[in-house]
Design a protein. Structure first.
Length: 343
């Protein structure tokens, strides 16, 4: 893992600014002599820079994105708690953590910070930028902001504008955090009980009726309480509690809500038309959070875009789980493969 330190004033879309920031990032493989084998991975809401860990079926030795062939970069997004500047970081103006005073971020702010990292790494072209969910939102933004930098896009289970449905899910999760009385206190553990509930709510949008029926239905029909689904929700909430914090969840869920590529650009269609990258858009048929209509919209309005749809029992999380199906799509899309020169 490495840390990029930006020491200058960084202006945000809200009108606020950060007096410098850090971004934790990880690289795999080597930049080749032609500097044309860069694959940049944009992670989802609570993931981190270790893309070979959380996307191991797609990234790693012998996988579609292979460090033996590609120079792979994944940066922990600004506002996240895996080494990048976020609400528990020290505010240089006060020498205390930001806590609730951490500024509002948008996906454009997060992408702008990643682009500064790209420049720091002396990367002129990104051969493939790939991302799903919130990471896909950022990949789209990047391809609009820097159309001559990103040559190919792989977008999974994402959209051009976060929907009212998605915003409502995020707001319900933030309500759970707000109703944790500890959230009012400026402490590192504020809102952590609420975070557990928030994750339980989120999981219902990430998965699908079918996978719960298949995996969480009790075989013991005599039960009247303590169901498998009950313990599963509890487990998933506690699991996130152990690795994340409520501040980062709050910041990043609001950044996701702000996602609208058409803001200030004449609408979504006009913004998507600016993308020069050859694009693959992949939807998951059971996704209720980012339904396939949103991916079809992307494919219809990004020039040179192709749409693919995978079948999955897992709903939105299919973009993380169905790696063999995603690999098959990437491999059959020859114009992506042909752009990667390995020598």
């Amino acid at each position: 893992m490495s840390t990029f330190v930006h020491q200058g004033l960084y202006s945000l879309e809200s009108g606020e600014s950060l007096h410098g920031f850090n971004i934790e990032y990880k690289t795999l493989g080597k930049l080749n002599s032609k500097r044309n084998n860069v694959v940049w991975v944009c992670h989802a809401l609570t993931a981190n820079a270790e893309a070979d860990d959380w996307w191991e079926g797609l990234i790693g030795n012998g996988q579609a994105i292979d460090p033996a062939k590609h120079f792979i970069v994944c940066a922990n997004m600004l506002g996240s708690c895996y080494g990048s500047t976020h609400a528990l970081s020290i505010n240089p103006d006060t020498q205390h953590p930001y806590y609730h005073k951490f500024p509002i971020l948008t996906n454009r702010d997060i992408v702008g910070a990643m682009d500064l990292l790209r420049q720091h790494l002396s990367i002129e072209k990104i051969q493939v930028c790939i991302g799903g969910s919130m990471g896909g939102q950022q990949a789209i933004e990047w391809a609009i902001i820097q159309p001559d930098v990103i040559e190919n896009l792989v977008l999974l289970a994402t959209n051009a504008r976060h929907s009212a449905w998605g915003i409502a899910f995020n707001e319900s999760q933030r309500m759970a955090i707000e109703n944790d009385h500890s959230w009012q206190q400026p402490t590192p553990t504020a809102g952590m009980a609420g975070l557990k509930v928030a994750r339980s709510i989120a999981l219902l949008s990430y998965r699908h009726y079918g996978v719960y029926k298949a995996t969480q239905t009790d075989q013991d029909t005599s039960k009247i309480e303590n169901f498998k689904a009950t313990s599963y929700q509890e487990y998933q909430g506690k699991k996130l509690q152990k690795r994340f914090n409520a501040y980062a969840y709050w910041t990043l869920s609001k950044a996701m809500d702000s996602h609208n590529v058409g803001r200030g650009r004449g609408g979504e269609k006009a913004a998507l038309a600016r993308i020069k990258a050859r694009t693959v858009v992949i939807g998951v048929d059971t996704d209720v959070l980012f339904p396939v209509s949103e991916q079809k919209f992307l494919a219809a309005h990004i020039p040179q875009a192709q749409y693919y749809e995978i079948q999955s029992l897992y709903g939105h999380d299919g973009f993380l789980i169905e790696t063999s199906k995603i690999t098959e799509i990437i491999q059959q899309t020859n114009y992506l493969n042909n752009t990667l020169i390995y020598n």
